[in-house]
Design a protein around this ligand. Structure first.
Ligand code: 8YV
Length: 322
């Protein structure tokens, strides 16, 4: 088993009973592509992160590979059809991270609306010399309209949190979700209706050919000028140049971003220079409880496949029967 990042030792123990485990242990440097390829050529299992691209040319040389376990619910870093055609199982870590990611998404929405980061920096910079009625005045969250794009497990958990703030909930998704309509009072909207009516446009959609660049100059221009855009899914759903223009020219009011097109982003990234942006380093699922839970699940997924059992979370289950 080759693990592409340093994960907690204790979560790897069950794997060490059944396999030889190699782990890339540098906290500073990602695994170089040539090391990944060399390890992949001999490995029965790859334990990967979003940062590693697992493409057809790598898989072609990975003759022994039986399973790839991603430490993420998303798997857009892996060529699923190339893995499936070679009978390689691709596993992920769904469910366990939904509430934690929803907590972060809602925190980001609140931090952006109420200017929490800007205000905390203001006081630390010793700028708080006086008080005025509109000092660091933000915008309300309660009783506003939230539009959730991507009503999957994380989207539903965000909608649930929004009910506690008496928000009106709109959602857009590939398919209607009757349970969020019946249980949380959410209303289905077309993408255009949602972006036009929402005070908070929250993207939780996976990266697919349909969602790539779905937030662009045209979509930002249709949003309210008071709208706040929150992205906790994938950076590639956003045209960042268009977002920068929209935020600089008050086409929309603010953005809270946990994800970027190229991660990690450089400190001179234009979006970081804007006061109306709250930026986070892709920490949606980063609570200790959840990251340990995800790591244990990734190990269990690998152990299951290598022992001929059905893993708890598999993306391409057709390989189990083929
Ligand atoms: C990742 C995520 O797990 O699960 C996902 O799809 O985006 C995150 O929770 C995290 O960035 C580690 O790869």
């Amino acid at each position: 088993v080759f693990i592409t990042r340093k994960v907690p030792e204790e979560t790897v123990k069950p794997l060490e009973d059944i396999a030889t485990v190699h782990m890339w242990s540098s906290e500073e440097e990602p695994v170089p592509p040539d090391v990944l390829l060399e390890e992949a050529k001999h490995a029965d299992a790859l334990y990967t992160m979003l940062s590693e691209r697992i493409d057809d040319s790598l898989l072609e040389q990975a003759d022994n590979l039986k399973v790839i376990a991603n430490l993420a619910v998303g798997y857009d870093n892996i060529d699923i059809s190339a893995a499936t055609k070679r009978g390689i199982a691709v596993c992920n870590t769904p469910d366990i991270l939904s509430d934690t990611t929803a907590d972060l998404t809602f925190s980001l929405l609140m931090a952006t609306a109420r200017r929490i980061v800007e205000a905390a920096q203001y006081i630390k910079n010793d700028q708080w010399k006086n008080w005025s009625p509109l000092l660091m005045a933000g915008t309300d969250i309660h009783h506003k309209t939230i539009g959730i794009v991507g009503m999957g497990r994380i989207g539903s958990a965000v909608a649930k949190r929004a009910t506690g703030f008496d928000m009106e909930i709109l959602y857009h998704n590939r398919s209607r979700k009757r349970e969020v309509e019946d249980q949380l009072g959410a209303t289905y909207a077309s993408f255009d209706q949602l972006i036009q009516k929402s005070d908070y446009v929250v993207c939780l959609a996976p990266l697919t050919d349909e969602t790539r660049d779905m937030f662009n100059q045209e979509t930002f221009s249709k949003m309210k000028s008071s709208a706040i855009f929150i992205n906790a899914s994938r950076g590639q759903v956003v045209d960042e140049t268009a977002l920068y223009e929209a935020l600089s020219n008050q086409v929309i009011a603010a953005a809270g971003l946990d994800v970027f097109r190229e991660e990690p982003i450089a400190s001179d990234h234009p979006l970081l220079g804007l006061d109306n942006v709250v930026a986070l380093p892709h920490i949606g699922s980063a609570s200790l409880e959840t990251r340990y839970g995800m790591a244990n699940l990734a190990s269990r997924n690998i152990a299951a496949v290598l022992s001929g059992r059905t893993p708890e979370a598999i993306v391409n289950d057709s390989v189990l029967t083929s």
